[in-house]
Design a protein around this ligand. Structure first.
Ligand SMILES: O=C(O)C(=O)C[C@]1(C(=O)O)C=C[C@@H](O)C=C1
Length: 293
């Protein structure tokens, strides 16, 4: 089985693949690296790869817009999730005094905003396609530093100058595993317990589009879940791109579409909205939460 992820090697997306394959007991998994998230979606959709793993939200910076947009536009389904602790390091071939340019993925830069403002207020900041790409580029010049993972330092021959530089110690990114709807046999096996799921250990993700200016629409949608005691774990609006003030809503809830009350709630929502897309039901990844900061 192969899986697409943001590369090159050493990215947090690679960590997510490693974590997910460990948790699902997948022994032989080949990672195919891509330069951006849209390429991962396209390769999953045209079945160049069996599955893909992509970041969807971070505990400091919130949602990854391109992932939400692609979930709406593409035909992929969600078959899994994994939450990865993100501990950024400042890496370089040179010393702290040598640094003239700091490189990283925009998400990582945003997660280290205060650190950069306090410690490098006048240093040039450049964005890269991933944190590991930043580490790879930094290997060429001592005046460059990358914000990336500890593993990237080893991989690209850099020194770790400072650790844990994200603005909150407790920093996690949630990744989703996507596949084409006609799942390959291998993925069906890996996610076999999706077929007879029950209990709150599953999450279901949906997207709903409510027509603009329909008073109370969101309230009645949420009522379908509240009246059945269904716990929503996330609700997020995103521009529909049709015009200002027009939104789609991304909703995650506890439970699987194979459960009667979840199915009924979703059918109830479908009758009240212009459009609904069920992205999938998949096992929740429980991870140790921290209470620092
Ligand atoms: O650049 C990487 O290493 C990635 O895997 C991407 C990404 C992201 O887009 O959120 C993943 C986790 C971290 O939040 C920072 C960057």
């Amino acid at each position: 089985m192969n899986i697409g992820a943001l590369g090159p090697a050493g990215s947090y997306s690679q960590k997510a693949v490693d974590e997910w394959s460990k948790s699902r007991h997948v022994t032989s998994l080949e990672i195919v690296y891509y330069q951006d998230i849209q390429d991962v979606f396209e390769s999953v959709q045209d079945r160049t790869v069996d599955a893909g793993i992509i970041p969807i939200e971070n505990s400091i910076e919130g949602s990854i817009g391109i992932t939400l947009d692609q979930l709406l536009e593409s035909s992929v389904v969600i078959v899994g999730e994994v939450v990865v602790p993100i501990q950024h390091c400042l890496l370089s071939k040179g010393t702290l005094d040598d640094i003239r340019i700091i490189l990283s993925h925009p998400q990582a830069l945003a997660q280290c905003r205060q650190f950069l403002k306090s410690n490098f207020p006048n240093t040039e900041i450049r964005t890269t396609g991933s944190t590991s790409h930043a580490a790879k580029l930094s290997n060429e010049f001592a005046e460059m530093a990358a914000i990336a993972s500890r593993e990237s330092a080893d991989k690209y021959g850099l020194e770790i100058l400072i650790t844990d530089i994200q603005d909150k110690k407790n920093n996690h990114t949630r990744f989703i595993v996507i596949s084409s709807p006609d799942l390959s046999e291998e993925i069906k096996n890996i996610t076999a317990d999706l077929i007879t799921p029950d209990g709150p250990d599953y999450r279901t993700s949906i997207i709903v589009y409510i027509e603009k200016d329909s008073p109370g629409a969101l309230y009645t949608i949420l009522g379908e879940f509240a009246s059945r005691d269904i716990n929503l774990t996330r609700i997020e609006s995103r521009p529909s791109k049709k015009g200002l003030g027009d939104y789609v809503f991304y909703i995650d809830l506890n439970g699987s579409i194979n459960e009667k009350d979840i199915k009924e709630a979703i059918d109830g929502v479908a009758m009240k909205v212009k459009n609904i897309k069920v992205l999938g039901s998949y096992p929740i990844h429980h991870y140790p939460e921290q209470t620092d900061n």
